[in-house]
Design a protein around this ligand. Structure first.
Ligand code: LMR
Length: 354
């Protein structure tokens, strides 16, 4: 018996030591959690990053993508990242407020981006960089900005004029700017995790919501929303973020390879975002469950006028310099477009007023 016990200790010991050796050859695991469907711009780009990261590190890195709030809901996922339970996320830019970085709500200001050119210049320029710097003291590193699209309004009643919003319970993300936006329209904003929106709409806990088409369609919200207004009144995009300690602890060659993979996944993401949203709109029209109303330009001007005070209201919180800098970028883009009349597109939404 004694011998058997000793032998088993020896065998276990051997197994343990090979285990340690095997462990050193184990891949580095990146858990990438997100809340949307895999067939959205964010979902597809997360999968693209996984593919590139695993190929280019020859399997030294394994990326596990968990879509659809499988692991964590909105708020929990940021806490999980800070605790190191997951390593990578791509939350919407509207969800950084609870982390104490309110300046990200810049992206929520209604009608602040008259076009995607302005948006990309802001994300990829000094503002985008300064926002990422604000995350570092919270143990987070920002790697990239991903696109989704301009948001549309939906409800079970037509939303054509501002008066139509009166008293409606509208689901929003956890952003004070979005709260103010809905109040400016006369609606009653309700913060809710993304994973709960479909059933809240179905059960009438809320009456309506705002989202880019890709989110609305992939969550089947059109099945429980009779009316959709294409208003492009606001923007929804993402920051891809990682746990700082994890990222800085990676071997330098691996980190460099992953940074390049992220750059390429970002290019891929921005190239597919608009098309995914256009396809989603076409699919909603085909489904025939929702009446689609295109807000005419003259009414966009009215909505814009009603929502513009929200910019002023948040100057102190977001930073007047940030808001003014976006106006300036928008003006520069407008001027450049005007200088190329042949390529000028029809004006679709009113720009920010200065
Ligand atoms: C939402 O909560 O509506 C969005 O932030 C979901 C997402 O990640 O696109």
């Amino acid at each position: 018996m004694k011998l058997a016990a000793l032998l088993s200790v020896f065998i276990l010991g051997l197994a343990g030591s090979t285990g340690v050796r095997a462990q050193s050859a184990e891949p580095i695991v990146i858990k990438f959690s997100h809340v949307v469907a895999p067939n959205t711009p964010k979902g597809r780009a997360a999968d693209e990053f996984k593919k590139l990261a695993e190929q280019r590190t020859n399997g030294r890195v394994r990326v596990e993508v968990y879509p659809n709030s499988q692991l964590y809901k909105d708020r929990e996922e940021i806490e999980a990242l800070q605790l190191g339970a997951v390593q990578m996320l791509a939350p919407s830019l509207s969800k950084f407020g609870p982390l104490g970085v309110r300046a990200f709500e810049l992206f929520d200001l209604p009608y602040i981006f008259p076009n995607k050119e302005t948006l990309y210049r802001v994300m990829d320029g000094d503002i985008g960089k300064r926002l990422f710097e604000m995350l570092e003291p919270r143990g987070i590193i920002g790697l990239a900005y991903w696109d989704n699209g301009f948001k549309q309004m939906s409800a079970n009643r037509p939303l054509r004029s501002i008066e139509d919003f009166k008293g409606l319970k509208m689901r929003i993300q956890s952003s004070k700017v979005l709260e103010a936006q809905m109040k400016a329209l006369g609606a009653n904003p309700q913060v809710m995790a993304f994973s709960e929106v479909y059933s809240a709409l179905q059960q009438g806990v809320v009456d309506g919501t705002e989202n880019p088409m890709s989110n609305l369609y992939t969550q089947k919200m059109h099945e429980v929303q009779k009316h959709l207004t294409l208003s492009d009144h606001g923007y929804l995009g993402y920051a891809v973020i990682v746990n700082k300690r994890f990222w800085e602890g990676l071997p330098a060659d691996i980190r460099a390879t992953l940074e390049k993979a992220m750059q390429d996944a970002t290019e891929f993401e921005r190239a597919i975002a608009q098309r995914d949203n256009d396809d989603a709109l076409a699919a909603v029209r085909r489904a025939g469950t929702t009446e689609v109303y295109v807000l005419p330009f003259r009414d966009r001007v009215v909505w814009h006028r009603a929502l513009l005070p929200v910019h002023k209201e948040f100057e102190r919180i977001i930073g007047r310099d940030f808001i003014q800098a976006v106006y300036q970028v928008a003006a520069d883009v407008e001027k450049e477009k005007a200088a190329q009349p042949a390529r000028q597109e029809p004006k679709e939404r009113p720009g920010p007023s200065r």
